[in-house]
Design a protein around this ligand. Structure first.
Ligand code: SF4
Length: 378
């Protein structure tokens, strides 16, 4: 399957390093980078004047020997990979790190890094596991505490006005990413799933104010492009846990399966939902975060999650779903089997894949996807 040529390598370079050249450029100009590891940390709060959010990844990690001594090897390899790079000093240039209590594995990562003190500013948000008025009030308090600590430690303005500006700019970035995502709904999309994931990771791991213009001009270019992918065998929706490695999607697509949507915690659904610009920004960010029920950490939302995937299948006209989950991930471990049953009951072919963070066996993955496409008669 051909990969359209329209995506500048500039974006590829942005996703190859744990902290990319744009982050360094922004820090050289006096801004401070705040690393975060979960979609329950509201980025607009980290993107006020003077600081900027960087979603942390562990590109290029090969093994986790050091991290295993702190976390053990039955903890998900996403957290171990980030820990390994942290111990290697890959994130030492960060100004701070904000965690969310997304799961026990992430919590253990925070406990260990907070104990080892790699950075001056380390904070964790205690995110409720359910939606509702009380949960939103709790989350708002958590965000108020974080806003105060950021203002005190970095001398930045995290007041209503500053947050309202940040939310507006955040929505501008989301609108560009939604536009790029919509192009994948064409019969012959001008970009592949691999390329789209690269743009998503570039957008979340670079300073917003530096990455927004190149993304906007690329979108305008692709929107008018007649070049598209038309030699694929099937349209696939990728669903599941963290999948921040475009290389993983590249292997899936090397079989002829085109990834036309990604309902993962690092994908387009539901991450690109705009944030309301009405009302108290912290209240809005609190309810917006909790409305993200895509992660199985959110209790009593299985039905809503299954519905969200069914709607994504319809929206993207996917022929099948690839459900990828991180090995040892408890939250997805519980959720995956019943989800597969629901989708199959709806007549949707599903391939369930369990993976490690670092790509280990491309051949095996290719064989699995190949067999899946054949089982769909493609
Ligand atoms: S993949 Fe699962 S275990 Fe790992 S950090 Fe995410 S939710 Fe937690």
């Amino acid at each position: 399957m051909k990969q359209p040529a329209g995506i500048p390598t500039f974006f590829k370079n942005l996703v190859e390093e744990p902290l990319n050249a744009m982050v360094e450029k922004a820090q050289d100009s006096g801004q401070r980078a705040i690393g975060y590891t979960c979609s329950y940390v509201p980025r607009p709060l980290l993107d006020v004047e003077g600081i900027f959010g960087v979603r942390l990844r562990a590109p290029g990690v090969s093994g986790t020997p050091m991290a295993d001594t702190y976390l053990s090897n039955v903890i998900c390899s996403l957290t171990r990979s980030i820990m390994e790079l942290a111990l290697e000093g890959a994130y030492s240039n960060l100004g701070g790190w904000v965690f969310a209590s997304s799961c026990d594995h992430m919590r253990r990562l925070y406990d260990n890094l907070d104990y080892l003190e790699p950075l001056d500013f380390v904070h964790i948000l205690d995110v409720p596991h359910k939606r509702g008025e009380a949960a939103t009030a709790w989350m708002k308090e958590e965000l108020e505490m974080l806003a105060e600590k950021l203002a005190e430690h970095f001398g930045v303005d995290t007041g209503r006005g500053a947050l309202a500006i940040s939310i507006k700019e955040h929505n501008r970035l989301l609108a560009i990413l939604r536009g790029l995502d919509r192009l994948r709904r064409r019969d012959a999309p001008p970009l592949s799933g691999t390329q789209y994931q690269m743009l998503m990771m570039a957008a979340t791991s670079s300073p917003r104010n530096l990455v927004i213009e190149p993304l906007e001009s690329l979108y305008k270019e692709l929107e008018n492009s007649s070049d598209g992918i038309d030699d694929y065998r099937a349209r696939l929706l990728l669903a599941g846990s963290n999948c921040d490695d475009p290389g993983y999607i590249r292997v899936i697509e090397s079989t002829g399966g085109l990834v036309v949507g990604d309902r993962t915690c690092t994908g387009s659904i539901p991450a690109l939902k705009p944030v309301s610009e009405e009302g108290d920004p912290l209240e809005v960010l609190a309810s917006h975060s909790l409305d993200n029920i895509s992660c199985p950490r959110m209790m009593e939302e299985f039905g809503a999650r299954a519905q969200e995937i069914l709607e994504a299948v319809k929206l993207t006209r996917a022929d099948g779903v690839v459900l990828e989950t991180m090995k040892f991930c408890d939250t997805w471990g519980v959720e995956a089997s019943p989800l597969v049953s629901v989708l199959r009951e709806q007549g949707i072919p599903v391939l369930r894949l369990e993976r490690e963070y670092a790509m280990s066996s491309e051949g095996q993955l290719q064989t699995r996807v190949q067999a899946f496409l054949e089982s769909m008669g493609r």
